[in-house]
Write a protein that binds this ligand. Structure first.
Ligand SMILES: [Zn+2]
Length: 250
């Protein structure tokens, strides 16, 4: 396939040394999904390409690509950085895990505008001091859909009721309303508040999420349920997730 020169809107999220003074970075883009770019001479002093491809930089990148394998960076414009993420180890751990998770849901060069916007908004919010744990849980819940294992959270699996008190069944991957608790023996017996938080995070659009204050206990409980969904439905075992969990315990 012939290579082409294209402008992509993207976010840089992983870097490693390559050859003598190059850097290989991963980029998530609106137009061409996630792929790797070779940033030639990035490690040389005063390299402009190097400076524009620090982790959590975003902007318009002009790449030479054949839509497979490694592409290379030619030039860039309007590049900025999620600075607070770059400078804060906790924010960075959250952002890295989110990007790692998204990376595992797609093959390279598989574009998805919706997911790009979701990630971009999530990073913006983390950068702006929104609750990163809540943002992470929202992304995890929404990504289950792209992994093809989304549980049914919009309405009761038996009567389709959308409002009321709900429990969740991990086995069935669905919520059950209190009218039908007795019909589902493998429900988790969760605190209805936990189910309510999970449903909200899964169903509302990320731009509608304000700087809400959710108590730690509730947040830890919803985290445990989401972790169990991931173990049960996917079992990805990501290092970035392990690192984040360890960091949260400090
Ligand atoms: Zn029902």
């Amino acid at each position: 396939m012939a290579s082409e020169l294209v402008d992509v809107s993207g976010i840089i999220f992983k870097r490693k040394r390559y050859k003598e003074a190059d850097v290989l970075t991963k980029i998530i883009t609106k137009q061409k999904g996630i792929f790797t770019i070779d940033v030639k001479g990035a490690l040389r002093p005063k390299s402009k390409l190097g400076a524009a491809t620090l982790n959590f930089s975003y902007g318009i990148y002009t790449v030479n690509t054949s839509n497979k394998g490694i592409s290379s960076l030619r030039t860039f414009k309007n590049v900025r950085q999620f600075e607070n993420i770059y400078l804060d180890i906790t924010k960075q751990a959250y952002a890295s895990y989110i990007l790692d998770l998204v990376d595992h849901a797609f093959i390279e060069y598989q574009a998805n505008w919706e997911v790009y916007d979701l990630v971009f908004t999530a990073l913006n919010k983390i950068n702006d001091d929104f609750d990163e744990e809540i943002i992470k849980q929202m992304i995890e819940l929404k990504m289950l859909y792209y992994f093809g294992v989304a549980p049914k959270l919009d309405s009761c699996m038996i009567c389709n009721k959308k409002q009321g008190i709900f429990d969740f069944s991990l086995e069935r991957g669905a919520i059950i309303c209190s009218d039908h608790f007795n019909q589902v023996s493998d429900r988790m017996h969760l605190d209805p508040q936990v189910v309510s938080l999970i449903r909200t995070l899964a169903l509302i659009k990320i731009d509608r999420l304000g700087k809400i204050n959710i108590n730690t206990n509730l947040k830890n409980n919803s985290k445990r349920v989401i972790d169990r969904m991931y173990t049960r439905y996917l079992d990805l075992n990501l290092k970035s997730k392990k690192f984040l969990d360890e960091l949260r315990m400090i």
